[in-house]
Design a protein around this ligand. Structure first.
Ligand SMILES: [Zn+2]
Length: 221
């Protein structure tokens, strides 16, 4: 059970430092260490890329996308022209790749992104964190295959499979099921709406208008 401040990324008092710069809940960090050790003994690197992200950080990403300071990509990783989108279209285009601040699973300390640092650094292409890098011929394919076979044994699963009308596939994103599942139902528009009202969230009016749908499609899927 988390407080609303923890659930929404405003506080990180539920977390420990799993590694320098990477915060997770203690049980999640322990399960991750065991999984990483097992992968290493199979010759596969599982390295943390991104763990806890605060509400503030998520809002910076969101606002930059909304204001056109960061690209909004389509499913083929091509930038969309924000001028050609209505606010509602822009909202759902951003949600395909970025969570609404307050609803990111990265707030919870149960979820994190992984890559194979050694394989990525050995590769001469810049790393973009896209699905192709986790597919055959990509630097993280071996890691991804290993996770498909073994992550479950350590209590982890991939919540973002790319189902229609939801978040794009994220083969790098792992969730500790026992920690994350009880949290899903705790986020409601009744709790999140008043928080968002008080912030400088870009596109706030459009977000609030669609908040129930956002939580249904992108949190409680
Ligand atoms: Zn992630």
């Amino acid at each position: 059970m988390l407080t609303f401040e923890q659930l929404s990324g405003q506080q990180d008092s539920h977390l420990i430092e799993a590694e320098a710069g990477h915060k997770l809940q203690k049980a999640v960090a322990t399960a991750f260490s065991a999984m990483r050790e097992a992968a290493a003994s199979d010759g596969v690197g599982v390295d943390l890329l991104s763990c806890f992200r605060s509400f503030e950080r998520q809002m910076r990403i969101w606002n930059e996308k909304w204001h056109g300071l960061r690209p909004i990509l389509d499913d083929r990783h091509q930038p969309l022209d924000p001028q050609l989108l209505s606010d509602k279209e822009k909202l759902f285009a951003i949600l395909r790749f970025s969570a609404l601040p307050g609803t990111s699973r990265h707030h919870w300390g149960s979820d994190f992104d992984v890559f194979d640092a050694k394989a990525v650094h050995a590769c001469d292409q810049p790393f973009q964190l896209i699905s192709e890098e986790y597919q055959p011929h990509g630097p993280c394919f071996e890691l991804s295959t290993w996770l498909s076979h073994h992550a479950d044994a350590f209590g982890f699963y991939r919540p973002y499979t790319g189902a229609a009308g939801s978040v794009a596939p994220e083969p790098w994103h792992l969730s500790h099921r026992a920690t994350a599942e009880p949290l899903i139902a705790q986020m409601t528009s009744e709790r999140l709406g008043p928080l968002l009202e008080k912030t400088d969230l870009a596109g706030k009016d459009t977000v609030l208008l669609h908040l129930d749908e956002i939580i249904r499609r992108y949190v409680r899927f």
